[in-house]
Every structure is written in C-alpha cells, then in structure tokens.
Design a protein around this ligand. Structure first.
Ligand code: FAD
Length: 299
C-alpha cells in the first residue's frame, strides 16, 4: 500500500521508524524488534538506510519482513551522496523487484572522507537528483523526502532551504517528514512558511521520545534541534533515574503528539529508535484518539 493513500485519510495516525543492525550478527535481533513494533499496527513503518550507525545492507529485508509478518506498510530509506549512479539504479531496480512501493529519497550525510573530495566528481550532490532518478525509473513509487523546521545545517538561511525544498518536492515527492522537533511551535511556524512557498504535500512532524539522559546529547548533536526549557528540566530532574526518565520522556512525546493532533495535524512520525516498549507505550497512551476521524482535513 502506498503511504500517500494512508496520509490522505482523515483519521489520526502514527508511524514508527527503525534502523538496521550495525553488524550481520545483529540482524535477527533487529528483525525481532521491528516485528514487535509492527505488532502495534502503526499506520506505516520506515526503515533507515545506514543512519544511526546501522548498515544499509538490511534495509530492504527488514522492510519486507514488516510488510509480510504484520501487514504494516513500510518505507525503504535510500541515500545517494556516497553512491555511484550504477549502485543507486540497481537499488531502485531491487526495490521494485521486491514489491516495495514506498521510498524515502535522501541525500545522506557528508562523511569527512567525502568532504575531502571534489563534489564535481560525485554522481549525486542533493536528494532532488535521487528523486529525479527514481522518477526516471518509470516505476510507480510513493516518494517521501526529508525537511528541516530548524533549517538544514548546510543551508545559509531558511529562505534558501525552503527554495530547494520546493524544487525537491516539485521533482516528484509525495510527502515530507521533518527532522525531530521538541517544540511544536517550530513545526507550525515551518509549516506555515512552506505552505506560503507553495509546498502542498503532507508533512509529518518527526517526534523523538527521549527516554534516557545520554540520548539527549546524541540527539542534539545529530539533529541540532532546539531543546525547550520544559524538556531540559525533565532531563535535569529525572535523568539519573532510568525508569523515571523513560516514563517522563514517553509522557513528553505523547503530550507533543496530542498537541499536534489537537491543532489539525493528523499524521505524526515517531523516531522509535528500535524500542518496542516505547512504541507500545505511546500507542497505548493514544488508544482512544488513534484512527478516529475528528473532521479535520489533515496535514
Ligand atoms: P537535501 O535535500 O539534498 O538537502 C541537503 C542540503 O542541501 C540542504 O541544506 C538543502 O537546502 C541543500 N540543497 C538541496 N538541494 C540543493 C540544490 N539543488 N543546490 C544547492 N543546495 C541544495 N540519513 C541517512 O544516512 N539514512 C537515512 O535513512 C536517513 N533518514 C532520514 C530521515 C529523515 C526524516 C531525516 C530528516 C533525515 C534522514 N537522514 C538519513 C539524514 C539526512 O541524510 C541528512 O540530514 C542529510 O544531511 C540531508 O539529506 P536530505 O535528503 O535532506 O538532503
């Protein structure tokens, strides 16, 4: 099933993300984790491609497993900047052959090694080129892409970032997912600006439940996201007690999601970080809200 068809429904939905194992020996464990998250029946699940320390080899295996074992639609992430055109074309072919309908088209982060080389020698410099490559394959994929409410670190300013985002969407993107946000106002502000810029596709806010204090530093380093004082107080107060921090982190993420729903955002994506218990707790907290149609048009 195409994710865009799910997003166009009017009911409240939640999706989760998993990342592949770092090593081959971790494959069975990540597969079991993905299945446990899928058992909660989210609207869809996304599987990253080499992000979060995972390798890209297993993305498609995990996507297929989620779809087959629990009938949950899945989204295969694909990055391009460190790959040759030949490799990317083969990957697109493989995605199609395996019957996967949803692809997240990403640039990928620039590694220090790559940054030492001349960009004019790269086959891809931006995600927009991958979107065009996928479109040129002629296969009928639903294509997602990334966006940044707090501006991508490579951008000179938000106006420029949104201009390139519009170009990417116009190349054939069906929906967008944001970098993690801890302050919903930043998301609403961004949504307003991109709608003004003529970007009309659904936009899923990305919510990261922070369930242990060590995650905070890593999350900020990876995303550059702003941590509101209200959240910092939670980490300061409960961070040294793992159980208390987990409960508070789940409650904070749930509160953010409820606020988004209550303000007309029907689809929310959760960076569930391979934690089935966290995914289940959030689903449980929203059990009388999810799937209901409150008469809003959606995001
Ligand atoms: P782009 O859309 O190419 O944007 C990157 C920068 O280039 C921006 O500053 C943009 O404004 C600028 N730009 C875009 N087009 C142009 C142009 N034509 N000319 C000049 N400048 C331009 N990484 C992984 O490795 N694997 C994953 O699975 C993964 N999943 C992610 C999922 C989400 C929802 C998000 C938000 C990020 C994910 N990432 C992943 C991280 C992502 O790869 C990095 O943030 C990367 O630095 C940018 O990727 P992008 O696709 O947004 O790039």
């Amino acid at each position: 099933m195409k994710i865009i068809d799910i997003l166009n429904r009017k009911n409240m939905s939640l999706s989760f993300e998993v990342f592949p194992p770092k090593k081959e020996s971790g494959f069975e464990s990540v597969k079991a984790t993905a299945e446990a998250i899928a058992a909660n029946k989210p609207a869809f699940m996304s599987v990253t491609y080499g992000a979060g320390g995972g390798t890209s080899r297993y993305t498609l295996d995990i996507v297929k497993d989620i779809e087959v074992t629990h009938g949950v639609p899945a989204l295969a992430h694909l990055t391009c900047v460190s790959s040759s055109r030949q490799t990317v074309k083969e990957k697109i072919e493989e995605i199609h052959e395996r019957g996967i309908e949803n692809v997240m088209a990403l640039r990928g982060d620039l590694t220090p090694e790559l940054e030492k080389t001349d960009p004019s020698t790269w086959d891809y410099r931006h995600a927009v080129e991958l979107v065009r490559e996928i479109k040129e394959s002629g296969y009928d994929f639903c294509i997602g892409a990334a966006c940044y409410p707090e501006v991508h670190p490579d951008s000179a300013n938000q106006r420029e970032d949104i201009r390139f985002l519009k170009e990417k969407v116009d190349a054939g993107v069906d929906f967008l997912t944001t970098q993690m946000v801890f302050d919903n106002n930043l998301f609403f502000n961004f949504l307003y600006k991109i709608r003004e810029a003529g970007i009309t596709v659904p936009v899923l806010p990305g919510i990261m439940p922070i369930t242990n204090a060590n995650q905070v530093e890593r999350a900020i380093k990876l995303s550059g996201s702003f941590m509101p004082q209200r959240f910092k107080a939670i980490v300061d107060y409960f961070g040294s007690d793992p159980e208390a921090m987990k409960q508070a982190g789940i409650a904070y993420a749930t509160d953010q999601i409820i606020d988004l729903y209550a303000n007309g955002i029907t689809n929310v994506h959760v960076y569930s970080m391979n934690k089935p218990d966290v995914a289940a707790a959030i689903m449980n907290n929203l059990s009388d809200i999810l799937w209901k149609d409150f008469g809003v048009e959606g995001n």
